[in-house]
Design a protein around this ligand. Structure first.
Ligand code: GLV
Length: 331
């Protein structure tokens, strides 16, 4: 009997095509949003494998009830919605979709940096409000980026593309803080490894590209913002949970830092009355880092390929708990 794959949202058709061609029975949740957890559990119980999205809460409760799953392929690079320890305990390999979205996501970080440095989103709104009356020699002044110091928090694939963009466009000096040294980034971009404290103190633009974990949750808080340069720009395109939003608002209102660009907020979605939306040197986007035709296609393809590889060869292309793959699971 063919294996049943549950895809938890409508995603690019390529995933469905590849899985069907490989002989699987594919069921795509047709809802306009994520399933509730009881719905997800009910449907996952009828499936052998899951192609999940970031809004699915795959926590201990989920694994207590769906430990029968063979494999989970997440349609995202981040997988903080999945309790990977519980998946591992249940013997379920989990994959994500790195690389295919790095260019797209770094573009958003890079774009937000420029937009913030010249107050673009805010000034666009002032035109709509009929406030463009005359040339203003001393108003609407931004700051330039050429030769400034870019601080990368989390030098993985996306952080490296951001470093490349900033070096190529603005000859920025690159410093970074990471769980471990990234020798490739040091070689390619002359990136210098620094402590978290140094990163805060020396960055003109501090761009977050880390995972959300127990170590990084809320790490950009009042204490951190108070150590940054008053002229600095904070960019976050990874996960909103890495910054404390009230502390960020306070840092901007008290001018502890100069500006902020966010593609991820805390909580999501951001409410329309959030004070950040009316600040001149702030730019916010609705979590669109990977939202290009190319990246979303690549993500759908890679997620499907992970499931296909798992059933064909017991391997996955991008498994986040690969040890599970070497232990055969009794079903
Ligand atoms: C998007 O946020 C992702 O993790 O891919």
């Amino acid at each position: 009997m063919s294996k049943k794959i549950l895809i938890t949202r409508i995603i690019p058709q390529i995933a469905h095509e590849l899985l069907t061609q490989a002989g699987f029975e594919v069921n795509v949740w047709q809802g306009d949003g994520p399933m509730t957890q009881p719905e997800l559990i009910e449907r996952a119980r009828q499936a052998d494998a899951l192609l999940s999205l970031g809004a699915d809460r795959l926590n201990q409760n989920f694994f207590d009830q769906c430990g029968h799953l063979d494999v989970i392929a997440q349609f995202a690079v981040g997988y903080d919605n999945i309790d990977v320890a519980a998946a591992t305990q249940a013997g379920i390999p989990v994959s994500n979709t790195p690389d295919v979205l790095s260019e797209a996501t770094a573009d958003i970080a890079f774009g937000l940096m420029i937009a913030v440095s010249r107050k673009m989103f805010y000034l666009h709104k002032t035109i709509e409000q009929g406030q463009w009356k005359k040339f203003e020699p001393l108003k609407n002044l931004g700051i330039e980026l050429t030769g400034k110091t870019l601080g990368i928090f989390g030098m993985g694939r996306i952080g490296m593309v951001m470093a490349q963009r900033c070096q190529g466009a603005y000859k920025m000096k690159v410093i970074y803080h990471n769980r471990s040294r990234n020798e490739e980034a040091e070689k390619l971009y002359g990136a210098r490894y620094v402590s978290f404290e140094e990163l805060l103190k020396e960055s003109d633009v501090l761009s977050v590209h880390s995972v959300l974990s127990a170590e990084t949750r809320g790490i950009f808080n009042k204490a951190s913002f108070s150590k940054m340069k008053k002229s600095s720009i904070f960019i976050n395109t990874s996960r909103g949970g890495v910054h404390k939003e009230d502390d960020l608002i306070d840092a901007l209102q008290t001018k502890a830092i100069w500006g902020a660009g966010l593609d991820v907020t805390n909580p999501e979605p951001m409410q329309p009355d959030n004070p950040l939306l009316s600040m001149p040197s702030v730019a916010v986007l609705p979590h669109i880092g990977s939202a290009t035709e190319e990246a979303r296609y690549g993500m759908a393809r890679l997620a499907a390929q992970n499931i296909i590889e798992f059933y064909a060869n017991g391997k996955m292309l991008t498994c986040v708990n690969p040890k599970v793959l070497s232990i055969s699971k009794e079903k």
